[in-house]
Design a binder for this molecule. Sequence first.
Ligand SMILES: [Zn+2]
Length: 277
Amino acid sequence: MRMFEKRVDALMTDLILSPAQPIGPVEDYLFRVEFQARGSPHIHMVVWIEDAPGVQDPEDCPDVIEFIDRYITCRMPDEKADPELHKIVSEVQIHSRNHSKTCRKGNVSCRFGFPRLPMDKTIIACAPWNDDEDAGGNKKGGEKAKDANDVQEKECGTKKKKRVKSPRNLLERNKKEAKEKLKPVRDFLMDANASFEDLSDLLEKCKMTHDEYQDSVKALTSGMVVMMKREPKDCWVNGYNPDLLRAWNANMDIQFILDEFSCIMYMMSHVAKPNTR
Ligand SMILES: [Zn+2]
């Protein structure tokens, strides 16, 4: 246990808080070391970065995307160009194709979402709202996002009026459809023997256009989520910061926090939790 605390201390002092600023200029941080009965010790940490951009419009936030891509990647490093990092990522950042006991939660087969869906570029995916049952999936994402704001404003103004349509049912139905549409993609990703040049190649094999794919991915989303730029071959790689991973040399899961609510929930569930052991 002492060893682990020393390691954490070195990670903070010599790297995260050092002038090298591997994840940017740190404004504040909060972390908690957790020693599990049978599991390995680990830390949960929230770091506030100076001038980190916030999301106003998920469809158009290039500064947020640039910020995420600057610090987080899920790319398997090239073995020849960076054998050291390639080895570390291979050993500690790959989610097992067999999953683990902690993966299953309710009827979700992997609550960590592996294999994760490939993306040409990092996006903030936001579940589309669709107020018109007959419009189906024909509307463009931007229009859907605007609809979402309208619906929310309407709801705030007329809280007690009963809504004629049930957006929740519609959302669930859209989700189900999207899940079915994405099934061939997932099947290919699950197949250890399948390989693809890139996302276009994978989608071609699934007879799907990029637009159909993006719409399905967004429909599957609950709230806002970051979908990292990812090649099909990297669908089992968990996100990491190259500098931190090189120094830490153990599994990490690093994420950009999209909204304060999820940040507070995260801190409540991990950082502020009283140690019961
Ligand atoms: Zn899993």
